[in-house]
Write a new protein. Structure first.
Length: 159
């Protein structure tokens, strides 16, 4: 792909990228957009085709990295004796929510539903089995496998 074609492809998604980072502070927004564009250029050079899904994933990863950097800065400030700030816990919770939200999107709809029933609604394996129309051992196994898959996906974010 020529550099003109590459620039045109990136420009098509620039509005989507900017909208994704609108929640960031104004000073940081341009840096986040630039980092996302750079990662997309690198991905394209490695043979990946620019598609909305790729743009979304890259933006999510840039945002998570940004939150982690901010969390580390806050933790370092606390360790340096500047006092504990409530925003440190808020940022840590935000990073966790983003990680879990992104990870859940990578599970099948059934896996998401099973985990929601089990851990949000507190349903027993027997109740889940009844909802799925399967026996209890099967529901227990599906719940276990969905949880393992979620852990694997979350582990990818840590690498």
């Amino acid at each position: 792909m020529s550099s003109d074609e590459q620039n045109t492809a990136i420009l098509r998604y620039l509005k989507q990228i900017r909208q994704f980072f609108q929640r960031a502070e104004h000073q940081e927004r341009d840096d986040l957009v630039g980092e996302a564009v750079l990662r997309l250029l690198v991905a394209e050079r490695h043979g990946l085709q620019l598609r909305p899904e790729l743009v979304r994933v890259v933006c999510e990863r840039v945002w998570v990295d940004h939150l982690r950097r901010h969390k580390r800065r806050c933790e370092n400030e606390v360790q340096m004796g500047e006092g504990e700030d409530a925003s440190v816990q808020w940022e840590a919770d935000a990073v966790l929510r983003v990680d879990i939200s992104s990870a859940l999107q990578r599970l099948t709809r059934e896996e998401q539903q099973i985990l929601e029933w089990r851990y949000v609604h507190g349903m027993s394996h027997a109740q889940i089995a009844q909802n799925l129309g399967v026996d209890e051992p099967c529901a227990r196994q599906r719940c276990h496998r969905a949880l393992l898959k979620l852990r694997d996906v979350l582990g990818e974010y840590e690498r």
